[in-house]
Design a protein around this ligand. Structure first.
Ligand code: SAM
Ligand code: SF4
Ligand code: SF4
Length: 345
C-alpha cells in the first residue's frame, strides 16, 4: 500500500517538509561562534536516540509530508556507524533529498562509504582558507584535513557540493572573494551565512555581523557585477551569479530572514523536536517513543505540534531595538538543548 503523505500546515500556511536531524551533540573542533566555552554539559548517552528510533521517527515525519532530511550535529561524522543510518534513510522512497552538514575534519575517511550508503548531498562548513586563522578560530589545526575532506567528497561523486561560510567581521570578512575562487577549484557552491545571535553565540554582537549587503558590495567591487538568480524555493540561501556564470549564495538569517517560507524543524540527538532554531521549548519525542506510543499517537503528537506553529524567530529578532545574544552563558549551562551544536544549526 502506498501511503500518500498528509500535507499538514502551520498557522502561517507553511508545510512540514524538511527535518534536520542532529545525530550527536559532540564536536571535534570549537568554532568561536558556536562552541566558545571551555566546558560543556553533554546530553546523557542513554538518552541518545538509537538508529532504529530515528528510523521510526523519520517514517512518521514522512507520513506527514517530510521529504528532505539533513543529518547534522555537533559533528555528525563523530557518530559511530553513521553510514548504517544513511543506508536506512536512503532506502525510504519518500525522501527525495538526504544531505549531511559536516565540518569536514573526518570527511576524507568517510566520503566514499557515505556515498556508497546512499547519501545524496554533502555540505562542508569552511570559514577560512588560512591555516593559522583556522587554528585560532576553532582551536584545532585541521584546515588541511578539511580540504582533503572536500576533495574526497568530490572524488566520491557527490554532486552539488556546498561550502558554508559564516562571515564574522574582524575574523574572516576579508576572505569572501578568496572563498568564491576556491569554490570554483573544487566545483562547489559557497554560501555565506550571516553570524547569528543564537545558541552558543555568546560573543555575538551586531557590529560583528558582516551583512548580506556587505557581502554583495564586496563581491560587486571585485567582480564588477552580481545578478540575483531568480528561483522559487524554500531554501534559506538567495543565490547570485557572477559575470562568468559562477554562482554563490547568501543566507541572511540575521538581517533579512526568511521565516515566511520556513518548512524546517529540528530533531536533537536525544529526540527533542524544535519548531524553530530560536525556539526555547521543544517536544520530547524520545519519551513518547520509549513509553510505547503507537505510530498513530506519534503522528498526532507531531501534527498537532506543527499545526499550532507560529514561530518566526529570526524575523522577531530583527524587530528588536536592542539586540544581544538570545541566551546567556549561564542559561546555556542549564540546558544543552539551547545550544546550536545540539540543535544542528
Ligand atoms: N558540525 C557541523 C558543521 O559545522 O558543519 C554541523 C553542525 S553546525 C551547528 C551547522 C552549521 O551551523 C554550520 O555551518 C555552522 O557554521 C553553523 N553555525 C553555528 N553557529 C552559528 C552562528 N552563530 N551563526 C551562523 N551559523 C552558525
Ligand atoms: Fe563548529 Fe559545527 Fe562544531 Fe559548531 S558543531 S563547533 S559549527 S564544527
Ligand atoms: Fe525557520 Fe525559525 Fe529560522 Fe525563521 S528563525 S527561518 S522560522 S527556523
Amino acid at each position: 500500500m502506498i501511503l500518500i503523505p498528509a500535507m499538514i500546515k502551520d498557522t502561517l500556511d507553511r508545510p512540514l517538509k524538511n527535518l534536520r536531524i542532529s545525530v550527536t551533540d559532540r564536536c571535534n573542533i570549537r568554532c568561536q561562534y558556536c562552541m566558545p566555552e571551555l566546558e560543556y554539559v553533554w546530553l546523557p548517552r542513554e538518552e541518545i536516540l538509537r538508529f532504529e528510533e530515528i528510523d521510526q521517527l523519520v517514517d512518521i515525519f514522512g507520513d506527514l509530508g517530510v521529504d528532505k532530511v539533513r543529518l547534522t550535529g555537533g559533528e555528525p561524522l563523530l557518530r559511530r556507524n553513521l553510514p548504517t543510518l544513511v543506508e536506512k534513510l536512503a532506502a525510504k522512497p519518500f525522501l527525495r533529498d538526504l544531505a549531511l552538514t559536516t565540518n569536514g575534519v573526518l570527511l576524507a575517511e568517510h566520503a566514499q562509504t557515505l556515498k556508497d550508503a546512499g547519501l545524496h548531498r554533502v555540505t562542508v562548513s569552511l570559514d577560512t582558507l588560512r591555516p593559522e586563522r583556522f587554528k585560532s578560530f576553532t582551536r584545532f589545526d585541521y584546515l588541511a584535513r578539511v580540504r582533503e575532506g572536500i576533495a574526497a567528497a568530490g572524488r566520491a561523486g557527490f554532486d552539488h557540493l556546498k561550502l558554508d561560510t559564516v562571515v564574522v567581521r574582524g575574523v574572516n570578512e576579508d576572505e569572501v572573494v578568496a572563498l568564491i575562487e576556491y569554490s570554483k577549484t573544487v566545483d562547489a557552491e559557497v554560501r555565506f551565512i550571516e553570524y547569528m545571535d543564537v545558541g552558543g553565540a555568546t560573543g555575538w554582537s551586531m557590529d560583528k555581523v558582516y551583512s548580506r549587503q556587505n557581502i554583495l558590495d564586496e563581491v560587486g567591487r571585485h567582480y564588477g557585477r552580481v545578478d540575483p538568480v531568480v528561483e522559487v524555493s524554500s531554501a534559506p540561501a538567495d543565490r547570485f551569479m557572477l559575470p562568468d556564470g559562477w554562482t554563490f549564495g547568501i543566507i541572511s538569517s540575521t538581517t533579512a530572514p526568511f521565516c515566511r517560507t520556513c518548512d524546517r524543524s529540528r530533531l536533537t540527538a536525544d529526540g527533542m523536536w524544535y519548531l524553530c532554531l530560536y525556539a526555547l521549548n521543544g517536544t520530547n519525542l524520545r519519551e513518547a517513543l520509549r513509553s510505547g506510543a503507537s505510530a498513530d499517537e506519534l503522528r498526532t503528537l507531531i501534527s498537532k505540534g506543527w499545526q499550532v506553529r507560529a514561530d518566526r524567530g529570526a524575523e522577531m529578532r530583527v524587530e528588536l531595538r536592542q539586540r544581544d545574544p538570545l541566551v546567556s552563558r549561564e542559561t546555556l549551562r542549564t540546558d544543552p538543548h539551547l545550544e546550536m551544536h545540539t540543535r544542528g544549526g
